[in-house]
Write a protein that binds this ligand. Structure first.
Ligand SMILES: Cc1cc2nc3c(=O)[nH]c(=O)nc-3n(C[C@H](O)[C@H](O)[C@H](O)COP(=O)(O)OP(=O)(O)OC[C@H]3O[C@@H](n4cnc5c(N)ncnc54)[C@H](O)[C@@H]3O)c2cc1C
Length: 478
């Protein structure tokens, strides 16, 4: 076997691994990348970019149907699914080619990676890389479907397969109400597929605050998507050419049937075949490779980043962690990751959901007091002009000095709207500073000034000698 030495080897050339390699190269390190391919990473090939490209088409179909309110009557909307998929494939090829050009500027070893010892990595059948330091960035895979009895036999698609369909199913049941289930479920519904979503929680996006999850669930139902909350799947079977999901809801047995099942019950870290024991790196099958805040694993010469480290499975987090790990690996430093703002996330449902900083759930859980301001898009002039009135924004502020602790939006262009709040929180703005920032009129962004003003009003009541503030404390806020 051929042996080659590098200072640093990054295993996995997705968003996180590529960012790590670039950072290490900028620090003049001798860094190599390993990947078994296909090159491009999850985000480009089977994640963010293909899903958002498809959603652009389903949102366009929806907007055309809704244009009636604006006096525009579109008749006979025709969905050309072949064209939609060809467009997606063309764009994804362009994104992937560009990324591969970047990846190929590094020494690149193609093949399955398998550790032989804490300093040796076998790549494929013919190569062993020897290095002082390793960064593991092997991403995640769809969680095994074996947890759902009968699913394997009945047949199903997961998000990977959903993004590669050649024709639309006539009906689909989405198993799981997380962000991937919400995004792809609404895509199918807007493509004209009869769509149901089955979930155990009280509302879609169970991790989000109840007001956001409840609102999204209601909007999905209004749109004709059958959202089955508090519903447990007991087993799945194939019957008369259809797929039948057996469920229990409120203690009562029931059945749902459709032509296709979309399995969206999560992703797990991708560690198959890595032989992490030989590297003396600890890993949990569900939560991923354990790291400290410097991204070091229990073996200090090994770092883990991105989905395989399992903290927040998001592209910008993979990149952030990759850059920190690379700097620490090359310099021997101890720069720490801070997720308080990095965990900001968004869901490309319609209306879109985006959350920055702390949620109410987190503040309540930690017993942190806060004041809250909210404002509905239905009350906002510009939203009415655009006929985009679903949803609301909210700001959570510290009750002593008004520092913004968290912000959330469910509404039009929420994924872009949240950035103003990210900037404000990055600079640790208070609500009273925020309201002094000029906002153009009439814009959607100016909606943020109303919850900020509401928080200010509540805070001014806190001034000495004035009436008691309306402060939520952990346990009373809902
Ligand atoms: C449908 C869907 C939609 C999504 N939408 C969003 C979104 O809108 N926004 C967002 O932030 N995130 C989104 N994500 C999540 C996001 O795509 C991931 O968090 C991110 O891409 C993970 O990057 P990574 O570098 O950790 O892993 P990856 O990009 O998966 O890279 C891992 C690399 O390692 C290689 N590899 C794996 N094992 C081995 C091995 N043993 N040997 C050699 N090479 C190996 C793989 O070939 C791959 O290139 C979405 C995910 C899905 C599934």
């Amino acid at each position: 076997m051929k042996r080659t030495r590098h200072d640093l080897v990054v295993v996995g050339a997705g968003s996180g691994g590529y960012a790590a390699a670039r950072t290490a190269r900028d620090l003049k390190a001798d860094v190599a990348l390993v990947d078994h391919g296909p090159l491009g990473g999850l985000c480009i090939l089977r994640g963010c970019m293909p899903s958002k490209t498809l959603i652009a088409s389903s949102d366009a179909a929806h907007d055309m149907r809704e244009a009636r309110e604006l006096g525009i009557h579109a008749r006979d909307i025709k969905i050309d699914f072949g064209h939609i998929m060809r467009r997606k494939n063309r764009l994804i090829k362009g994104f992937a080619d560009y990324r591969i050009e970047g990846i190929e500027q590094f020494p690149l070893y193609s093949g399955q990676a398998r550790f032989l010892s804490p300093h040796e990595l076998q790549v494929g059948d013919h190569h062993v890389l020897v290095a002082d330091k390793f960064i593991i960035a092997t991403g995640s895979v769809v969680a095994p479907a074996s947890a759902v009895h009968g699913l394997q036999d009945a047949g199903y698609i997961d998000s990977d397969a959903a993004l590669e369909l050649t024709e639309l199913p006539r009906s689909v049941i989405v198993l799981g109400g997380g962000y991937i289930g919400c995004e792809l479920g609404q895509f199918f519904a807007r493509m004209g597929v009869k769509t149901s979503i089955v979930l155990r929680s009280n509302h879609l996006l169970s991790g989000e605050d109840d007001d956001i999850g409840d609102a999204l669930t209601a909007y999905y139902r209004e749109e004709g998507i059958n959202v089955h909350t508090r519903t447990q799947i007991t087993r799945v079977e194939r019957r008369n050419g259809k797929k039948v999901v057996h469920v229990i809801h409120d203690g009562v047995d029931g059945e749902l049937e459709a032509h296709e099942l979309l399995y969206c019950l999560g992703r797990i870290p991708n560690i198959a075949g890595l032989n992490l024991d030989a590297a003396e790196v600890k890993c949990h099958a569900i939560t991923g490779i354990e790291t400290d805040e410097t991204m070091r694993t229990c073996n200090p010469d090994f770092f883990a980043i991105g989905d395989v480290a399992g903290k927040h499975m998001l592209v910008h987090v993979a990149i952030y962690e990759g850059e920190i790990a690379a700097r620490n690996a090359v310099t021997g430093g101890s720069e720490k990751a801070d997720y308080s703002l990095q965990k900001t996330h968004t869901v490309f449902s319609d209306p879109q959901v985006a959350v920055a900083g702390a949620t109410e759930k987190e503040l309540v859980r930690s017993g942190t007091a806060y004041v809250k301001g909210t404002y509905d898009f239905a009350e906002h002039g510009k939203a009415e002009c655009l006929n985009k009135t679903k949803g609301f924004v909210k700001i959570l502020a510290e009750p002593e000095d008004g520092t913004i602790l968290g912000a959330a939006v469910i509404g039009p262009d929420g994924s872009d709207m949240i950035h103003e709040m990210i900037v404000a929180m990055y600079y640790k703005a208070t609500v009273s500073q925020f309201v002094k920032i000029p906002h153009l009129h009439p814009t959607m962004a100016e909606i943020w000034t109303y919850p900020a003003e509401e928080c200010c009003a509540k805070l001014q009541m806190a001034l000495p000698g004035e009436i008691e503030p309306e402060v939520m404390t952990g346990g009373t806020a809902g």
